[in-house]
Design a protein around this ligand. Sequence first.
Ligand code: CA
Ligand code: CA
Length: 260
Amino acid sequence: MNAGSFNIEGALSAGTHQLAAFQTQGGNISSSSTSLAITVDTVAPATLFTSESAGSGKNGKLTLAGTSEHNSSITVWEGSTKLGTVGSADDGTWSFLGGRATDSIHVYRTTTTDLAGNDAIGLNSAILGSSRSDTIIGSSGNDLIVGGAGGDMISGNGGSDTFRYLTTSDCRRGSKNFDTIRDFVEGHDHIDFSAIPGLSNAISTSSTPKSIAPHTIELVNVGADTIVYANASGSNETLAHADMEIHVLGVHLASFDLLL
Ligand SMILES: [Ca+2]
Ligand SMILES: [Ca+2]
């Protein structure tokens, strides 16, 4: 130490550290300096898509939203095209507003840099179907998949996938209108109805109901498959007037497979 300055070099582990200095001279110990807080962040940011929408109408804009580490910089990509960069808030949430998405299948990913400069690829991709009947095959990783309107044929293709519905018109009742999910894996995958108001209850049954109670999803076992019917209205609906129909192949769904 000289001229009132000193240097100490050492490695700090990840986390928050409070540093304080004391001076010892001739057996006397000074009082503590003001403490200095240092946060060492060696953890890569974990960014997730939690919602996506192409907007409504011809002027609808792409909206992607999710969670990450707080105050990070999130870049949204479609293939090798950078769509833009957005910052996450103090609570880690973020929302990206893009231009109009063409009426075709889109696949979005993120890369993130946190405040400490750690870089990471996002934990899932966001796949957005067109307004027509699409065949959508997810990545081998985790996907958030919105088929949109039309009777879509959807495969999650491994990973933990979320099949998300934004409105009841994403999968209407009847042939050519309903969606088919081909490879649902219980414990990994979920069907997410949380964006649709009025769906608060799910029941399993092995016989096709004549009518569906208000605000209710019926999970009907048919052979090895489940047919999902939904009534988002406040009154009983006959099966022919169900608001939604989804066929989930090769599995009997339970209420814990759904996000309401
Ligand atoms: Ca579609
Ligand atoms: Ca997947």
